[in-house]
Write a protein that binds this ligand. Structure first.
Ligand code: FPP
Length: 248
């Protein structure tokens, strides 16, 4: 599919609606997550092809641990299979895999293949693929504050040095560019603890499409809408920075 409009540098997606998709088809919820994994593949390929620099996917939130254990186990199995199954494609396409969140809480069957593929792909430069796993935006800010307090106690940071860019350096996303576009599928109109700091100047795009029905066509539609947005970062006239250049 051809697309010649503006491409956001960093796209982040809240992949919602797997359960409702399954329900609508009379299938178990797990089947919705399986189909969701297919959308992950299609959207990742499309982002790589269209020249997106970074793609962050909300695969499992800190709050998702409170789902029934059968669903949590099934999601973990699916994540482990996905990471092992995508290894070749990730490496062949020069993709650098990373993760944000309380990754140490993940079972070994997910954490081990994840850490090994992160290490194997760490020098890749074609695109960043970042999985938000056991992720929470407030938790990310809490951890950044803790790390700054530790740095201050060690005398490495003075109070007057704490500014937005220093905080950003202590977030889990410090290796990624600023978020340009946050997409949420399935008609819900909230951020659900996703990338709270980063959402400050990101464009938000909500669609009723359920995640298993979201693919390249729907991604390009989101990019078209993004192209129509006039990003001013709170400024006016000539002081407006060029599109997609968040400046701290
Ligand atoms: C939300 O749908 C989705 C999730 C909680 C998990 C997202 C997981 C996947 C897309 C599949 C595996 C991920 C990867 C990276 C391969 P929901 O279950 O909350 O849907 P509902 O709101 O309709 O119940």
């Amino acid at each position: 599919m051809t697309y010649s409009g503006r491409v956001p540098g960093h796209v982040a997606i809240i992949m919602d609606g797997n359960g409702r998709w399954a329900e609508s088809q009379g299938l178990p919820r797990l089947e919705g997550h399986r189909r969701g994994a297919k959308s992950v593949r299609e959207v990742t390929r499309a982002c790589r092809r269209l020249g997106v620099r970074a793609l962050t996917l909300y695969a499992f939130s800190e709050q998702n641990w409170f789902r029934p254990s059968s669903e949590v186990d099934a999601l973990m199995t699916l994540l482990g299979q996905y990471i092992r199954g995508e290894r070749r494609e990730i490496l062949d396409n020069d993709i650098r895999l990373s993760a944000i969140g309380r990754v140490r809480k993940l079972p070994d069957a997910v954490r081990r293949p994840l850490e090994s593929l992160m290490a194997e792909s760490e020098n890749n430069q074609g695109m960043d693929l970042c999985l938000a796993l056991s992720y929470g935006g407030r938790e990310e800010i809490v951890d950044a504050v803790r790390s700054l307090v530790t740095a201050a106690r060690l005398g490495k940071v003075q109070e007057g040095q704490v500014d937005e860019s220093l905080i950003a350096e202590h977030l889990w996303t410090s290796h990624l560019p600023a978020v340009d576009l946050i997409i949420r599928t399935s008609g819900e109109l909230r951020l659900s603890n996703f990338l709270l700091w980063h959402a400050a100047y990101a464009e938000l795009y909500f669609t009723d499409t359920l995640w298993p029905n979201f693919g390249e066509t729907q991604l390009i539609e989101a990019f078209r809408e993004f192209s129509r947005r006039n990003r001013r970062f709170g400024r006016v006239g000539e002081t407006v920075p060029p599109p997609d250049a968040e400046v701290l």
